[in-house]
Design a protein around this ligand. Structure first.
Ligand SMILES: Cc1cc2nc3c(=O)[nH]c(=O)nc-3n(C[C@H](O)[C@H](O)[C@H](O)COP(=O)(O)OP(=O)(O)OC[C@H]3O[C@@H](n4cnc5c(N)ncnc54)[C@H](O)[C@@H]3O)c2cc1C
Length: 381
């Protein structure tokens, strides 16, 4: 049984209030308009949510990963787009710079980002390869004290607003995944440009775009970690990121469950509220149970990350289970709403669209199953 500290309870209350007052009331409109929630993200920065587990000396809130999960659940319950913006900045940008960056990189690329004054992004996927990240075709050619980057990174969340990106590029093709390196690339650096904003099914208030690198000449001081360590960094970062996406999925599912229960109590059919019908109650039971199980798996992975033990399998389990729970819950929510579930006047069609991405990014469900199985096969001899 998890016991939450006073700090954890305070985080839940603060984020729940913020989600109810600042995020949920605008979520449908910004989804419709593809509008980045800039004022809300600024406020989230002031609340310490954009670098929750970054130490306070580097601009973060200095809290633990459990705090991050609890905050992500509430923020995503209010607005799934705000959730992914927050998750990418925390897990995929600030965390690797905190872990692998040197003092100068932390000063230049961590403090303002952890405070939420600037936003970061993570550029691993390419048009030709996502799951098979080691097949990166973006190249970084050494030239004295510089590297010259050429290639296109695809699907980059926060790409439009980010002021810096962690970009993965091949420095030595012959070494396979051991020839990939990570670079911190300022988005206003010569040779860096953005592709068009993708027109997405869900999380439409967060931007997603290509990042194009054309003879982008970067100082070797911009390398994150050592040459050839990029793939290892990317995989470690994604383990942590999956905990954030699991929490996002739970938040979306929770919003769909709450909306469904309220609707089921109000909506009448055959002389009684549909919530009194066993067919609807069975759905509500399964929805609640799956979300509860997802929360426990996600908290377990977060506790393991906090303890500093290996949590690759647990993060994959949390992400896989929570994302499938979220899409199941959003599907059932639409069913409970009937025709009203299918139109934009009610929130569940948005939850249905938002939930779907959690089964795709930061490793598809198929990839999570591969990660889980390979770990179990190693564990059991
Ligand atoms: C909205 C959005 C935001 C994103 N944000 C980012 C971001 O910020 N940064 C970033 O780097 N990337 C980002 N991505 C990319 C995302 O991580 C990839 O789309 C995802 O990893 C899948 O890669 P892919 O699209 O190339 O699919 P593919 O790898 O081509 O996979 C296609 C299908 O084949 C399956 N498959 C592939 N390999 C195997 C295998 N070995 N065994 C079984 N099945 C397999 C997959 O599961 C999938 O079903 C984002 C994507 C989207 C849509």
């Amino acid at each position: 049984m998890f016991t939450f500290s006073d700090t954890h309870q305070m985080i839940v209350k603060t984020c729940a209030d913020f989600a109810d007052k600042e995020l949920a009331p605008r979520a449908a409109e910004i989804d419709r308009n593809h509008e980045y929630p800039a004022p809300q993200i600024k406020n989230m920065g002031e609340l310490g949510l954009m670098g929750i587990f970054v130490p306070s000396e580097f601009g973060g809130a200095g809290l633990d990963v459990v705090s991050y999960v609890l905050a992500m659940q509430e923020i995503s319950r209010g607005c799934a787009s705000a959730g992914v913006i927050m998750s990418v900045n925390n897990s995929l940008f600030c965390d690797p710079i905190n872990k692998f960056g040197n003092a100068d990189q932390k000063e230049r690329f961590l403090v303002a980002y952890a405070q939420g004054r600037k936003i970061g992004c993570f550029a691993l996927s390419e048009p030709g390869n996502g799951s098979d990240a080691a097949a990166a075709s973006t190249k970084a050619q050494r030239d004295g004290d510089f590297y010259v980057l050429n290639g296109t990174k695809a699907w980059i969340t926060n790409g439009y607003e980010a002021e810096a990106a962690i970009v993965f590029a091949t420095t030595n093709l012959a070494l396979g995944n051991k020839g990939i390196s990570a670079f911190i690339v300022p988005m206003d650096h010569p040779g860096v440009s953005r592709g068009k904003k993708e027109d997405k099914l869900g999380i439409r208030a967060s931007s997603t775009c290509n990042i194009i690198l054309e003879d982008c000449r970067l100082s070797k001081e911009n390398m994150l970690g050592q040459e050839g360590e990029g793939f290892k960094i990317a995989m470690a970062v994604l383990d942590g990121g999956r905990i954030g996406i699991a929490a996002q999925a739970i938040g979306i599912g929770q919003a769909a469950l709450v909306a469904s229960v309220r609707y089921a109590k109000e909506r009448k059919a055959f002389g009684k509220s549909i919530g009194e019908l066993q067919a609807i109650q069975m759905k509500i039971a399964d929805m609640g149970m799956r979300l509860e199980a997802a929360k426990l798996l996600t908290l377990k992975a977060a506790c393991m990350k906090d303890k500093g033990v290996r949590y690759t399998k647990e993060a994959a389990m949390a992400k896989l289970f929570a994302s499938e729970a979220s899409t199941f819950v959003a599907h059932q929510a639409m069913q409970i709403y009937g025709g009203n579930g299918y139109v934009t006047e009610y929130p569940v069609e948005r939850h249905y669209r938002d939930a779907r991405i959690t089964e795709i990014y930061e490793g598809t469900s198929e990839i999570q199953r591969i990660v889980i199985a390979s770990n179990i096969l190693k564990e059991i001899v």
